[in-house]
Design a binder for this molecule. Structure first.
Ligand code: CP
Length: 314
């Protein structure tokens, strides 16, 4: 069994079994990251192009490393120095890459639906690395991988996702993924940053920060996405930090072993304090490592075969 659809566009439309397969495969992949020689021939001869219309550190680098660790040829197409700047459309850019014989495109785009449009128009497989406010499926997969690693299973966990729910694609993918896997999701934030219809996705909406913290096994803080906001959704960063910031005092309201997550990049001292970032409850660096393992798993499941044989003989 592999990933059933040609493209990975989000977690809303993939099955629990497919999510389990990805997380189980990532478990086998993680060990490779700690090897001295991080190189398998599994995807030799396959080519992966990163096409990022928005900035990224974690997602783009980890896809590139994941591909290299598995022996694929990886190329980052610098959108700002490409013919996109001369007005070339997304479809024509994709067709051009397709004509070069590539196997996979990893795309990040400010418009929701751009990865779907691309996938419908090219032969290469497509992975969504974040589209508008819609989905960021590989982020949610690495988040679930990190939670499963600590708690053993996702079923029965209570995950409080706190902050800028309105502008977050990370929250949407986590909601679809976590609820499918049997976890309870609480969303919490200033009323102006909570979409009106969010309860319809099956989450519990909590406006009190303290209540959300008290119930949570996992506290996932979200970045305030200042680049996507109009003014006036909250008074100031200082006041936001006072009401919804995770610091030593507010973290003390949560369970002693509650796990603290953040997808990054962080606004230090706004949604999370530096001391909480550095605390033993924080798994933010582990999330980054999980990102490489999960992306290796996806590249393998969507392009490769015979991984276990090659790993054993390497
Ligand atoms: N979490 C995440 O998507 O980070 P980047 O924007 O750095 O890829």
């Amino acid at each position: 069994m592999g990933i059933k659809t040609k493209d990975l566009l989000g977690l809303k439309n993939i099955s629990k079994e497919e999510i389990e397969l990805i997380l189980n495969t990532a478990e086998s992949m993680e060990e490779i990251i700690y090897r001295d020689v991080k190189k398998l021939p599994t995807l030799r001869g396959k080519s992966v192009v990163s096409l990022f219309y928005e900035p990224s550190t974690r997602t783009r680098s980890s896809f590139e490393l994941a591909g290299k660790y598995l022996g694929a040829d990886t190329m980052n197409m610098g959108v700002s120095s490409s013919s996109v700047k001369k007005g070339e459309t997304l479809i024509d850019t994709g067709r051009t890459l397709d004509a070069m014989g590539i196997d996979m495109v990893v795309i990040r785009h400010p418009a929701a639906g751009a990865p779907k449009l691309l996938g419908e128009n090219i032969k290469a497989r497509v992975i969504n690395a974040g589209d508008g406010y819609h989905e960021h499926p590989t982020q949610a997969l690495l988040d679930m991988y990190t939670m499963r690693k600590k708690f053993g299973e996702l079923q029965g966990l209570t995950v409080a996702i706190i902050g800028d729910i309105l502008h977050s694609r990370v929250v949407r993918s986590n909601i679809w993924g976590l609820t499918k896997m049997g976890a309870e999701v609480i969303v919490c934030g200033p009323p102006t940053l909570l979409p009106a219809d969010i309860a319809a996705t099956g989450v519990r909406v909590v406006t009190s920060f303290e209540d959300a913290l008290r119930d949570a096994d996992v506290i996932m803080m979200l970045r305030i996405q200042l680049e996507r906001q109009q003014k006036g959704l909250f008074p100031s960063k200082r006041e936001y930090a006072k009401m919804y910031g995770l610091n030593k005092e507010t973290l003390s309201l949560a369970k002693k072993d509650a796990m603290v997550m953040h997808p990054g990049p962080i606004n230090r001292g706004v949604e999370i304090s530096p001391e909480v970032y550095e605390s033993v409850q924080s798994v933010i660096d582990e999330q980054v490592t999980a990102g490489v393992a999960v992306r290796m798993a996806l590249l393998y499941l969507m392009m490769g075969s015979d991984f276990e044989d090659e790993k054993a003989s390497s």
